[in-house]
Design a protein around this ligand. Structure first.
Ligand SMILES: NC(=O)c1ccc[n+]([C@@H]2O[C@H](COP(=O)([O-])OP(=O)(O)OC[C@H]3O[C@@H](n4cnc5c(N)ncnc54)[C@H](OP(=O)(O)O)[C@@H]3O)[C@@H](O)[C@H]2O)c1
Length: 309
């Protein structure tokens, strides 16, 4: 059976090369040239249109080519009984940890203010904040959240975390469930969103959450644009409740021309690059899963479709 690469919003070339290098014997088809749909058992997918998978009668596994699966689980016609997997890889975790650390340190060191000063030839010293005084609250203590927590704790930032289920994490005070959210937010001088996008987390970065953060807090969103109510963020920044924000993901990507976030002096924008999947580093795990499902075994890690992540 063949493997199909279906990545309508991304060029598939590097994936084709990576599969060709590691499994030259495997028949890899590339959307939109799917051939006979009955000959496809495994699809590596990213941002396929709704209903896309219904045409493959012998499909066994859909593999997200990234860590997130919201682009798959949002499909109301996602076939039942087909495994959904995602990528977990040390390179994805380390890139994300580096991104978060970079922007926490930039906040600590007033870097955005110095950039603005330099553009106007202003010499204005500002005393750095001490890591020990800056509690970083991480929403989502999964693969990515735990990596960032460890890196920040290693530089003496107090780290706290919020997750869905109770569970201890060494060196990180954890809060779980909606009822614990206000207490977690009240302590978070920097708030980092690393949650999966699910019906329960959509829009979670909103006016209520911002009002529960300490005055002068900084918000980093590296999860999904739909976690954030952009108008609520702008309002919290403009009334000086929040000191700033760093956004890697947006409701609409690319961020449209004219969006007020582009030119807001307190907002740092990056184009969804916090952590990128390197095909050459992750096709190995996809090939293992392809062979598993062909042998009638379960792939790993299986996404819990009902839970949403
Ligand atoms: N910007 C980028 O470049 C980029 C790159 C990769 C990934 N991402 C995003 O990052 C997300 C997180 O990835 P991951 O691999 O760390 O995910 P993960 O391993 O599945 O971890 C998810 C974490 O979120 C928590 N969570 C889920 N629903 C929750 C809820 N309703 N309330 C509180 N906590 C909740 C989970 O709690 P439990 O521990 O209790 O289960 C878990 O700790 C991805 O889904 C993706 O959208 C962005």
């Amino acid at each position: 059976m063949a493997l199909l690469l279906a990545t309508p919003t991304q060029k598939p070339d590097a994936w084709v090369r990576a599969f060709g290098r590691q499994a030259p014997e495997l028949e890899v088809r590339v959307w939109p040239e799917c051939g006979d749909p009955a000959g496809i058992s495994f699809i590596v997918a990213w941002e396929t249109p709704p209903g896309f998978f219904t045409r493959f009668p012998n499909l066994k596994c859909i593999a997200s080519l990234g860590a997130g699966v919201d682009h798959l689980l949002g499909d109301p016609e996602l076939p039942k009984g087909v495994f959904v997997t995602r990528v977990i890889d040390p390179s994805i975790t380390s890139q994300m940890s580096e991104y978060v650390l970079l922007h926490v340190l930039r906040f600590c060191r007033h870097s955005a203010r110095f950039d603005q000063d330099a553009a106007r030839e202003v010499w204005q010293p500002r005393i750095p904040m001490r890591p020990a005084d800056l509690t970083v609250g991480i929403m989502g203590l999964g693969q990515l959240g735990l990596g960032a927590a460890a890196m920040l704790a290693g530089l003496d930032f107090p780290v706290i975390g919020w997750r869905r289920t109770p569970g201890e994490v060494a060196g990180v005070k954890t809060f779980s469930g909606r009822e614990a959210l206000p207490a977690f937010l009240a302590k978070s001088r920097v708030l980092v969103c690393m949650l999966p996008l699910t019906p329960r987390t959509r829009g979670i970065l909103n006016a209520t959450v911002f009002s529960q953060l300490p005055v002068g807090a900084y918000v980093i969103n590296v999860a999904r644009g739909a976690h954030l109510i952009e108008a609520d963020l702008l309002a919290a920044l403009d009334r000086d409740h929040l000191a700033g924000a760093c956004l890697d993901v947006f409701q609409t990507e690319p961020l449209p021309a004219g969006n007020p976030l582009w030119h807001h002096p307190k907002v740092t924008i990056t184009p969804h690059i916090a952590s990128l999947t390197n095909p050459f580093e992750v096709v190995g795990q996809m090939l293992v899963n392809y062979r598993r499902v062909e042998a009638g075994e379960r792939p790993q890690p299986i996404v819990d479709v009902g839970r949403g992540y």
